[in-house]
Write a protein that binds this ligand. Structure first.
Ligand SMILES: [Fe+2]
Ligand SMILES: [Fe+2]
Ligand SMILES: [Fe+2]
Length: 437
């Protein structure tokens, strides 16, 4: 019997869409719209790429924008992503050299089953076709993303001002597609036909994901997609920028010598998704410097319930069970269910300790970061009080002796894991690709 876990690719798209809240409301809506439109335009052009690939080239085209904005200009990130659907304005304000396209490409090309050739199309989603030096099909695909981007942004702007998507809106939109000299004639025609076709006109209005792929991924490949979700989550706050990464890395070191590959991957992937519900926790609570009041505490603690249901709705049951139990405690004092030792699996207990450890060594608005030794001291007390697992804690102490844990979980590795490259190589590639464009 084959017990290997396979994950539907559709689950990733559904989970991505679940992130359509708070700061990411417009970003996710825009990404999904561009994905749908790119896929439909590419279909009309009969491009030699399958639908999953053209969809993902749209879905991932602006990932780099989140990372760049969060790191370089957090205030802009927190403000503009939340209130202004004008993502273009964010690009013009702080990304004149179009680095976000390169960052998006670098993430996308590592994401199986997304084909690296299609990922290249993302590089040129702000580039007029005349300046692209690639083969014809790739130019057509990148130009399709560019056109889908234009349509989506116009739609979001219209919605933000509470104006209807009426006939006048569509007439203006079509005339701006006609006027854009950077769009190829074939793409222009396909996009306008799409908007004027009674069967497809609703694509920008409805919430249908339009993703019906039945492709299933090996868990190892899904792990990289889960890492993208974790990065979106962590980059939402400067305090959590490597929280999920650190929790996952510690879980990996703790288990790589004792468990088989399948179990390690299961734990790592669950760790990557364990806090995904925190996307719904308002920043005012995440960043509060003083004690949380009882209402705020409920909202804060609710993130595990959100994690559970977000993953369940996306059809990711195994990860919801393992990941959403990270605030349970062995003596039944945890939340949300008050599960006890005998009701908890090893995988769940593992993520509990890794989560506490990574949270303690990070700075929080109300306290400084603890040293590794201080964090181990805090966890030891929890173990003595019967809250966390003693055997796993022994292992943690052992790896703290054998590894430079501070280095292992430092922020510089976040990009390395995401891009599969070392930090120097990441900056070298960004400059290199910049020269190409
Ligand atoms: Fe963009
Ligand atoms: Fe965009
Ligand atoms: Fe948590």
């Amino acid at each position: 019997m084959d017990l290997t876990i396979k994950v539907p690719l559709k689950s990733f798209v559904m989970l991505f869409n679940e992130m359509r809240v708070l700061e990411y409301r417009y970003f996710v809506k825009h990404s999904v719209q561009v994905a749908k439109l790119t896929m439909k335009i590419a279909e009309r052009l009969d491009l030699p790429y399958n639908r999953d690939n053209t969809y993902f080239s749209g879905l991932f085209h602006d990932l780099g924008l989140v990372l760049k904005a969060s790191v370089e200009n957090y205030e802009l990130f927190a403000d503009m992503f939340r209130r202004v659907p004008d993502l273009e304005r964010i690009v013009i304000t702080f990304d004149r050299h179009d680095q976000h396209s390169i960052i998006s490409y670098m993430i996308a090309r590592q994401s199986k089953p997304f084909c690296p050739v299609c990922a290249r199309a993302i590089l040129y989603h702000h580039t007029p076709f005349q300046k692209i030096k690639e083969d014809d099909d790739l130019i057509l695909l990148s130009n399709s993303i560019k056109t889908a981007d234009l349509i989506s942004l116009a739609t979001l702007k219209q919605e933000e001002t509470n104006k209807e998507l009426d006939a006048e809106f569509f007439a203006d939109l079509i005339s701006s597609i006609k006027k854009d000299a950077g769009i190829l004639d074939e793409v222009r025609k396909a996009a306008i036909d799409l908007l004027l076709d009674v069967r497809t006109n609703s694509i920008i209005i409805d919430d249908d994901l339009c993703f019906d792929s039945d492709q299933r991924l090996d868990i190892t490949d899904f792990k990289q997609l889960a890492r993208i979700m974790a990065t979106l989550l962590d980059f939402r706050s400067p305090y959590t920028r490597n929280h999920t990464f650190a929790c996952t890395r510690v879980a990996e070191i703790l288990n790589e010598e004792t468990l088989g590959d399948a179990d390690v991957t299961l734990i790592i992937t669950s760790a990557l998704l364990h806090d995904i519900g925190k996307i719904k926790t308002p920043l005012s609570i995440l960043h509060k410097r003083s004690r949380l009041n009882s209402e705020e505490l409920v909202i804060m603690k609710r993130h595990v319930v959100d994690t559970y249901y977000m993953l369940e709705r996306a059809g990711l049951r195994v990860f919801s069970i393992i990941g959403a139990a990270h605030h349970e405690r062995l003596d039944g004092s945890g939340y949300p269910l008050g599960l006890t030792d005998e009701q908890l699996l090893y995988h769940q207990k593992m993520i509990q300790i890794c989560d506490v450890f990574s949270a303690l060594v990070e700075e929080r608005p109300y306290r400084n970061a603890l040293t590794i030794e201080e964090a181990l001291g805090v966890i030891e007390k929890e173990v003595e009080h019967g809250k966390l697992d003693a055997d796993i804690f022994e292992k943690l102490k052992e790896i703290a002796r054998n590894y430079d844990l501070k280095e292992q979980i430092s922020f510089k590795h976040v990009f390395e894991e995401l891009f599969y490259e070392n930090t120097d190589e990441v900056s070298r590639m960004i400059n290199l690709e910049l020269e190409r464009i």
